[in-house]
Design a protein around this ligand. Sequence first.
Ligand code: TPP
Ligand code: MG
Length: 681
Amino acid sequence: MKDNEATAIVAARLLALDAVEAAGSGHPGTAIALAPIATTLFHKHIRHDPRTPDWAGRDRFILSCGHASILLYTQLFLTGYDVALDDLKSFRALDSLTPGHPEYGHTPGVETTTGPLGQGLATAVGMAMGIKHEQALYDPSAAKGTSPFERTVWVLVSDGDLQEGISYEAGALAGRHKLDNLVVIYDDNDIQIAGSTSLTQSEDIAARFTAQGWKVDKVGLAENGDVDLVTLDTVLAKGAENPDRPRLVIVKSQIAWPAPHATGTAASHGSPLGAQEAAATRAVLGVETGPFEVSEEAIAYGHEAISRGAALRAHWQSKQTDWENANPDLAAELKRTRAGKLPTTLRATLPTFHPGDSLATRDASGKAIQAIAAALPEFWGGSADLAEPNRTAISHGGNFLPEEGEDSGRAGRNVHWGVREHAMAAAMNGISLINGSRFFAGTFLVFSDYQRPSIRLATLMHLPVTYLWSHDSVALGGDGPTHQPIEHLASLRAIPGFSVVRPADAVETAAAWLAILERRGPAGLVLARQPVPVASTPSETVYDGVARGAYIVLDAPDPDVIVVATGSEVALALEAAETFANSDIAVRVVSMPSREWFAEQTPEYRESVLPQAVRARVVVEAAATFGWADVAGPTGEIVGIDEFGLSAPAEDALRARGMTVERVSRAIMDTVSAAHPVQTV
Ligand SMILES: Cc1ncc(C[n+]2csc(CCOP(=O)(O)OP(=O)(O)O)c2C)c(N)n1
Ligand SMILES: [Mg+2]
């Protein structure tokens, strides 16, 4: 090892130690121990340019064990990213550039938000898939090692990452898809918060990943107890020659090494070492400087990454320019997709539906997907083994697979995720983080629970991922209560910034797809299995209304009562309203496909749809009533389902759970009376 490299590693260890001491909390042990691994990755293996962190040709580095965030921040500082020493001093403080866990979009050089263990690894698998797909679309015939689209995803994982079930799913996907652009380093330190990992696991991790189709290498401890960096470097360099497999490198380490008393202790995982141990660690390392004092040699070595990065980028740029010159049309398309722009003609290509048609919104979505896929090459998707019931397949899109064939290949637009909702959802984030892709994936709404941690991260990161959730109520019928969502809509609406979109009919479904694509945020499209009639509202009104989240579908200019419904219950509301056609009760029906989008509208628009003066309100949704009280108001009524469903044909299940015209009509009567009590003398 060169002297200045050793100096830089010592600096990285001590900066991590000092930052946690200064913050008074954090995770020092892993960051101190893994400083050599991070240093070698940032200087010799990851292709990155500290001065151009968003360079499209860069590799990606994912710190899946996000608790060790200071490990990443020290590298970003030392290698010359826009992260200053002061930022390390304000680790974990309010508004600092260095929050407790890495946050995408907040700190330059952070490629995805991590912290919930297992998510980073599965996100990285998605990134590796996204890279393969993009290369196949834009530069399919390039020989290995020559394409500007080739990039490697580097991941650091801890015991907890691999204990999480999502890592099993992610490992299987990476193996099946032969993601040779994925390199995972496993910090095999035998320690977690509870103590020794022998308390919790006895599996052979190498055998597990080998069985999933990975190439696995092991690196033991160096003689002095440190990470064996020489062997690790050799393995990483050699592994690159191994084709067709993702790689796992299992690296032995000792947490907090070389702190004299903290080494190997669970306590060093999540608490500052303390002043005494910090001083003792400095002594062991032979360093006499104080906290946050970084030697010039360490900075000089760190900044070698800047010239290295500039050279890598220049080399890439010449390949990229050659490609652009040879492929002007594709280059224009790539530019558009990476900028996140949609062709203006998209709306005109969407399918049309007519009043009198009756079809399930999942079927309408299936038709919309074909039209969008024809217009947008960046649009691809899949399903967790429910492509048929979800209607997610892109016809003639081919299967995304490493085997090139007539209907398969890396450019395939249909991803078969298998029954792996957890990893699918995390990988969707990874795909979306590789510029340009508009990715959607389906499952039943009830199984959105299996995706929730990744939905939360997608929303934190504002990623343009689309979840397609069909079978959205008890009306899915005979599969019964295990498959019938009740609380899901309310719980998804509780995620701040996430859009839940539940279109009422086929036209609303096409409009919802368009609005989701235009908004570029995380959204769930909630679809019915059963046929619903197409309302007679003009499609202009529908497209505008859906984009605004709610609009009037049956007007009464001076309504006595407003019925607000979502999805398939809009038809039920209209039917109930019909029964008052010849009465002296004026009923307005509002379709509210997205509460979140409606909440964004001007007060004037909201007032025009839901005048505050009209206190007789009925909300109809075949799901938990939780969360609707604000729309219903004190004199309103919510017609919903606050118990589990039951196994029965759709009609019977709906009736058994009170989703009937009679109940809605009664609610209309009751709320009108409640809002306008009859004056008695
Ligand atoms: C899903 C999830 N559950 C729990 C935690 C809290 N947590 C943070 S680190 C950790 C385990 C630490 O062990 P390990 O992964 O081996 O990390 P090391 O201490 O070796 O760095 C736990 C339980 C988390 N971040 N994510
Ligand atoms: Mg551990």
